[in-house]
Design a protein around this ligand. Structure first.
Ligand code: BTN
Length: 264
């Protein structure tokens, strides 16, 4: 990105937004991974948010690297306390993808889909992903680190990204002030996390199915060295992917990597 267009993240402005709710927002110039940074915070039940201008060891799912060049994208983590058991947290990554989707729609990005369990895509190209890491369980609940990467002003990846990707600037031709996007992201995320904590994933099931790229598609899912194919029929109230594997027989999947076999 051209230096003239660089608008840095503004810690003062972002922390003031949620000052009343005692949400602590920190902006770092450089860090290994914002998820790892929040892991070193003393445990409490408060909400902590950390952003970085770049990550030197940004982590994606499935041990992939998350390419994180300086000043171009959003590298965001939030540590949140849920009064839930680990089992009740399945579905969280879907809720987070929906918060990202609403944020991007609010900024007029068209043709977006979510893809189970954690991608936000534009025309089959990845725009955003999330990585959820579970911290230690404490009295009555569990601390969770929710890491979100959104490609914003990145135009070039120096051949570091193996998946098909895009960015907000590539889609719209405009340069975005990441502070505006982060302010909306925090708003949607905190709202959705509070509802999820209270009511569970069931509340989000319909919203998910309306936005899911895989709905009705023939896909292949890789799960624990097994590859299974079938037609996507939706998700259940735990956020498991429901696949019609043979005529009429539906199986649920809690985790895995889904690939579309044939576009309908
Ligand atoms: C994926 O789709 O593979 C998940 C990508 C998650 C990337 C974000 S960037 C902020 C946070 N810190 C990390 O190291 N990873 C997540």
């Amino acid at each position: 990105m051209m230096k003239d267009n660089l608008i840095l993240l503004d810690e003062r402005k972002l922390s003031q937004l949620y000052h009343d709710k005692k949400i602590d927002v920190r902006v770092l110039q450089s860090v290994d991974s914002t998820n790892d940074y929040l892991k070193s915070y003393p445990l409490d039940q408060a909400t902590h948010i950390c952003l970085a201008e770049r990550q030197t060891k940004g982590k994606g799912r499935l041990e992939r690297e998350w390419y994180s060049p300086f000043g171009e994208n959003i590298y965001f983590s939030c540590r949140y306390f849920f009064n839930k058991t680990l089992n009740e947290l399945s579905g969280l990554s879907l809720v987070v993808s929906l918060s990202i989707l609403k944020t991007l729609k609010q900024h007029h990005i068209p043709d977006l889909f979510v893809k189970w369990p954690n991608d936000v895509l534009h025309h089959h190209q990845k725009l955003s992903g999330s990585l959820i890491e579970i911290g230690p369980s404490v009295d009555g609940g569990v601390n969770v680190i929710i890491g979100i990467g959104i490609n914003v002003n990145m135009m070039n990846d120096d051949h570091r990204i193996s998946q098909q990707w895009t960015s907000l600037q590539k889609i719209s031709g405009k340069i975005f002030d990441r502070n505006d996007l982060v302010a909306s992201l925090i708003y949607h995320l905190l709202y959705d996390l509070a509802h999820f904590n209270e009511k569970g994933f069931g509340l989000f099931k319909d919203e998910w199915e309306r936005a899911e790229l895989l709905m009705g598609q023939l896909i292949e899912i890789k799960n624990n060295n097994q590859i299974i194919s079938g037609i996507v029929r939706g998700v259940n109230t735990n956020g498991h992917l429901m696949l019609e594997v043979s005529h009429g027989k539906i199986s649920g999947f809690a985790a895995g990597e889904a690939t579309i076999l044939k576009n309908k």
